[in-house]
Design a protein around this ligand. Structure first.
Ligand SMILES: *[C@@H]1O[C@H](CO)[C@@H](O)[C@H](O)[C@H]1NC(C)=O
Ligand SMILES: *[C@@H]1O[C@H](CO)[C@@H](O)[C@H](O)[C@H]1NC(C)=O
Ligand SMILES: *[C@@H]1O[C@H](CO)[C@@H](O)[C@H](O)[C@H]1NC(C)=O
Ligand SMILES: *[C@@H]1O[C@H](CO)[C@@H](O)[C@H](O)[C@H]1NC(C)=O
Length: 370
């Protein structure tokens, strides 16, 4: 239309023949560029969900964020807001995490195996052990050692294992059989992987907050840990130990965020912009007053998740204004033992064991020395 009118207007005048063809050509060029851009737009923005295990924002059905990949290979993060509006946020979730459904928030998950009545006996202390579904040996080692100690210094103690999804129906059947036998498994519907440990921890917090709010203290403890229950209980019963807003363990001060992409502790600036973490408690084993799980779950709604679970809990605590406490004797929260002699083991609260068998070995040594 425009082109023809333009052609008529100028090209019928003979003398300006050349100029007019240049002008028409220019308009045609603009039109061509425009249509190419439109084609490019649809080409790129056709909604191809990206399967990227290291992307925190495309993992959930319920999540409002969808990552799409154009045919050209470009990636886009779409933020679906509740009124069906689509907002493109290429730098994912810039300032506003109003979405209560970010990937690590426990409201996104449900329990497949549960023990909702476990806490009816009002335990004093609950130990929650995140473990991979296939790690039966680790669970059995704990069940036969510190996990059997259901009453310590007259206080009721409960030990439960938290797992994610298994690899398939056969593994699931075995797990359910194990659950019937021991009644100590809680399973949630996220894919169980190293990268999802933050989800696991938040699901543990959720379980404690919803199934066991009456417990006095709880502990998140890895499946490769030796726990000296007597010493742990003495710490918790000590008159100076706060009953609220309390968390202790192996403190991590002034830790730099790892920006080396090759490291398994790598965290992008997008997920965590500051260069240091707030003081947090090393994830191998931390004890806390049981008012914290509910508070941490609540605080996490507004905290962008990242894959370092203990540092993430630290950032949630910082938001709550809660500082991890130094243990009265910090050397009781060990990571490694210099020598594994019984008399050293009898002083610690936690230490890492090299294998399920070493958990048994440590536990027996301490029992023998008593
Ligand atoms: C996610 O979506 C798939 C199909 O798109 C469905 O089978 C599955 O149950 C959904 N998961 C959840 C947790 O809603
Ligand atoms: C985030 O955005 C929503 C609306 O999209 C708003 O209601 C909420 O207050 C915002 N939250 C923050 C922390 O800015
Ligand atoms: C968990 O991790 C795996 C692989 O690291 C990933 O494929 C999966 O989507 C993650 N998230 C959830 C919610 O399962
Ligand atoms: C444990 O918590 C209950 C309240 O849930 C409280 O009555 C009790 O005194 C606490 N026990 C100890 C030993 O602090």
């Amino acid at each position: 239309m425009v082109i023809r009118r333009m052609w008529k207007r100028c090209c019928l005048a003979q003398d300006r023949d050349l100029m007019c063809h240049i002008k028409t050509g220019f308009v045609l060029l603009v039109a061509l560029t425009l249509s190419l851009s439109i084609i490019y737009f649809f080409y790129n923005f056709s909604l191809n969900p990206v399967k990227d295990p290291h992307n925190w924002f495309n993992l959930l059905n319920q999540s409002y964020n969808v990552v799409t990949e154009g045919l050209s290979g470009k990636k886009f993060v779409w933020n679906f807001v509740s009124n069906q509006q689509i907002i493109q946020t290429t730098t994912a979730q810039k300032n506003n995490i109003s979405v209560h459904h970010h990937v690590a928030h426990p409201s996104n998950y449900h329990f497949i195996l549960d023990e909702p009545d476990k806490c009816s006996q009002n335990p004093f202390l609950v130990l929650m052990v995140p473990v991979a579904p296939h790690q039966v040996d680790a669970r059995n080692a704990i069940r036969s050692t510190w996990g059997t100690e259901s009453s310590v210094q007259g206080k009721a103690v409960l030990t439960l294992f938290l797992v994610g999804l298994t690899g398939g129906p056969e593994a699931q059947q075995q797990l359910e059989e194990e659950s019937r036998q021991h009644r100590d498994l809680v399973q949630s519907n996220f894919v169980d992987s190293y990268f999802n440990l933050t989800i696991k921890t938040m699901v543990i917090m959720d379980w404690l907050a919803t199934r066991c709010p009456q417990a006095n203290f709880s502990m998140k403890v890895d499946s490769d840990m030796y726990i000296n229950m007597e010493n742990l209980m003495s710490l918790l019963l000590a008159p100076n130990t706060p009953r609220q807003n309390y968390i202790t363990g192996f403190l991590m001060w002034n830790q730099n965020v790892i920006r080396d992409k090759k490291s398994k502790y790598y965290v992008s600036e997008e997920l965590y912009p500051e260069s240091k973490y707030p003081t947090y408690v090393l994830g191998v084993g931390y004890v806390f007053s049981n008012d914290l799980p509910k508070k941490v779950v609540e605080a996490s709604k507004d905290m962008k998740p990242f894959n370092i679970e203990d540092a993430y809990v630290g950032t949630c605590l910082k938001r709550l204004g809660i500082k991890p406490s130094r243990a009265p004797d910090p050397s009781q929260f060990r990571t490694y033992m210099k020598d594994s002699k019984g008399h050293d083991l009898s002083k610690v609260i936690t230490t890492i064991a090299r294998s399920p068998n070493q958990i048994i070995e440590f536990w027996q040594k301490v029992k023998r020395h008593k």
